[in-house]
Design a protein around this ligand. Structure first.
Ligand SMILES: Cc1cc2nc3c(=O)[nH]c(=O)nc-3n(C[C@H](O)[C@H](O)[C@H](O)COP(=O)(O)OP(=O)(O)OC[C@H]3O[C@@H](n4cnc5c(N)ncnc54)[C@H](O)[C@@H]3O)c2cc1C
Ligand code: SF4
Length: 593
């Protein structure tokens, strides 16, 4: 029997970027705000203090900062004819937990999506007509134009101290930046990071080939920085223990120090950790949330009444909670109706190996999560994708992120896979090889979706979330085309023919998507935003169409995935939604659209 707690104004589920931003924005309003986080409390000191914070076994092998899969996970299958199986070990993505969520241990590539990536449907139809869109592809526009979300991108970049070089300042193309980027009002808060050897080589090669290289915008600070909220961020020292690790220098922007402490300064804000939300409670008509039910670390159940519920539980957690709670109509792929679980997408990767001369040292142990140089020439609609026979493309880059010896074993094709020969090849490859990689866009389809698993349950007896996903012809073409371009660049960098490096399971021609190896944590969709309640679960403010006192934030809102990382839009959208809640919803609770 749940203990009923005194009511509050707002409950926020999750303490990652989305929950953190809303907490920081709503706490000063004086409302009683409670944040429920399933993981434990953590802070830079002592949790990320060196030297223990560089323990590769603990953080990048055993993934200490990720969710406990023995309690809760997802099941996976490639198509609806298969029986899904649970992800019992970390696989294609890593779900974050603890205060800060994945934001405490992400890499930090922080993009604005291009103007076309905000209106993929209209942009494609205008240029190529409807016939280019396959009948099973659910191509959808964002319900917000780039120009309307631009100030919120700017805010997120300032909060994080993004290091980069503008490519398009108020419509004027800037040398050294991304010439394809959408117009931005301001330069990045910090200059780009120092280029590593692989980036210098990539820049020269891509320029020779007529492409437009630029430094990746990073949430790894190139210098000391104080953000507009007065939070100090340190300078990155290229420690190479970044992705999957916390940062001891606060040089990698994270909600655990840029958002949560500011919210906690307000006495009306309360953070409750080890609090696993089971469901959102609805009134008898299912039209209004009355609060949430959660379980603490000792298994005690609580009912927390609230006037407003904000879900910031990541793509999988948001969709799972909506389905468990009966918020919105579940998606049914057979009839192609319903919205919750619709438009799930992931991301593709691949690349080519670059062998460098023996007097060139790559030094891969120096680097940061987002350190890299990128080209957008084959991404979005920056090229004639209609002629190429597919929709969208991929971003191509070289960088130095983590050369930690437990994980980074760069041997080439035909080299021994074990024993003394492997050790020699690995030692050579460590210093004298690098890679060119791509991140491909993935469109949404009728047959790729999320729903509740009929067989497997979590530690609390709730059905697990089931992921149904496979590569489709469009994505196979993107992957093949981008692999060839990576090989072209790698050959230019090394002066030799370059071999492709499709990592196991990512894409091997003829094989289906494999959920086994880690790829990215860039899941999108499942509760997408839009103007039409028949094809979207939430409106342009990320407010549930069906239960208007529930807001659902994060990449679950994105109708399809782009050839770049999602957290720039996720952060901007959280500021946008928080603004709408504080300045419109609270004044007149009800549907904002
Ligand atoms: C290793 C790694 C590297 C990444 N690198 C990049 C990158 O370079 N660039 C980029 O753009 N993106 C990157 N990402 C993705 C990025 O981290 C996410 O897009 C972003 O952090 C999502 O924020 P969020 O608030 O939506 O979710 P999260 O950060 O996942 O936060 C959700 C929070 O909700 C909590 N929660 C979930 N369910 C419940 C529940 N039922 N009850 C209570 N609490 C709950 C979780 O514990 C978690 O703390 C990376 C992710 C990972 C894992
Ligand atoms: S590489 Fe830089 S940002 Fe990343 S953890 Fe190390 S110091 Fe922090």
């Amino acid at each position: 029997m749940a203990v009923k707690l005194p009511p509050v104004d707002v409950v926020i589920v999750g303490s990652g970027w989305t929950g953190g931003i809303v907490a920081k924005e709503l706490a000063p309003t004086g409302l009683k705000v409670v944040m429920l986080e399933r993981g434990r409390f953590q802070d830079t000191s002592p949790d990320f203090a060196a030297p223990q914070s560089h323990d590769a076994l603990k953080y990048s092998r055993r993934l200490e900062l990720a969710q406990d899969l023995s309690k809760e996970t997802v099941t996976f299958r490639n198509d609806a004819s298969q029986t899904a199986l649970p992800m019992r070990q970390y696989g294609f993505f890593i779900p974050g937990t603890n205060v800060g969520g994945s934001g405490a241990h992400w890499s930090g590539l922080t993009w604005r999506w291009s103007e076309w990536e905000h209106r993929m449907l209209s942009g494609t139809v205008e240029k190529y007509g409807r016939s280019i869109i396959p009948s099973d592809m659910h191509l959808q526009d964002w319900p917000i134009a780039y120009k309307d979300i631009e100030p919120y991108y700017d805010r997120f970049e300032k909060v994080c101290g993004i290091s980069g070089k503008a490519g398009n300042l108020r419509g004027k193309i800037q040398p050294g930046g991304n010439p394809f980027e959408a117009p931005r009002r301001n330069e990045y808060p910090l200059p780009p990071m120092t280029a590593a050897q692989s980036m210098v080589m990539f820049e020269a090669a891509t320029k020779n080939l007529g492409y437009n290289p630029f430094p990746i915008p990073t949430a790894n600070c190139s210098g000391d920085y104080v953000n507009p909220d007065g939070v100090a961020l340190g300078q990155c020292h290229y420690c190479g223990h970044c992705t999957n690790y916390g940062c001891e220098a606060n040089a990698k922007a994270s909600p655990h120090f840029t958002m949560i402490p500011l919210a906690r300064k307000n006495r009306n804000f309360e953070l409750r950790t080890n609090s696993m939300v089971m469901k959102v409670n609805l009134d008898s008509e299912g039209k209004r949330a009355t609060g949430v039910t959660y379980v603490d670390a000792r298994g005690r159940e609580y009912e927390q009444p609230a006037d407003l519920v904000v879900l910031g539980a990541f793509v999988t957690g948001n969709v799972q909670l909506m389905l468990h709670s009966g918020i919105g109509k579940p998606y049914d792929a057979q009839s192609n109706t319903g919205v919750v679980g619709r438009n799930y997408a992931f991301q593709s990767l691949g690349g080519a190996r670059v062998e460098v001369p023996r007097d060139t040292f790559i030094n891969p142990f120096m680097g940061s999560g987002a350190l890299g140089t990128w080209i957008d020439d084959w991404n979005g609609d920056n090229f004639d994708f209609g002629k190429a026979g597919y929709i969208a493309g991929g971003g191509i880059s070289a960088g130095q992120n983590s050369g930690d010896p437990l994980n980074y074993h760069p041997t080439g094709p035909g080299q021994p896979r074990w024993g003394a020969g492997w050790k020699k090849a690995m030692a050579d490859g460590y210093q004298h090889s690098t890679g060119v990689g791509f991140q491909g866009a993935v469109m949404s389809y009728r047959q790729n979706f999320l729903d509740l698993d009929p067989t497997y349950r979590d530690a609390w007896g709730r059905p697990l979330l089931r992921v149904t996903f496979d590569w489709q012809a469009n994505e196979q073409k993107i992957i093949a085309a981008n692999t060839a371009i990576c090989q072209q660049i790698a050959a230019e960098m090394s002066g030799k023919k370059a071999s492709a490096t499709p990592a196991p399971g990512r894409l091997i021609p003829g094989r289906r998507f494999s959920s086994v190896p880690y790829q990215t944590s860039h899941n999108t969709g499942g509760a997408v935003f839009g103007d039409d309640p028949r094809t979207s679960a939430v409106n342009k403010y990320c407010q549930s169409w069906d239960v208007p006192n529930v807001f659902v934030l994060g990449a679950s809102a994105l109708p399809q995935n782009a050839g770049r990382n999602p957290t720039g839009p996720v952060g901007a959208l959280a500021f946008w939604a928080a603004d709408a809640i504080a300045n419109r919803y609270l004044k007149r609770p009800g549907r904002l659209v």
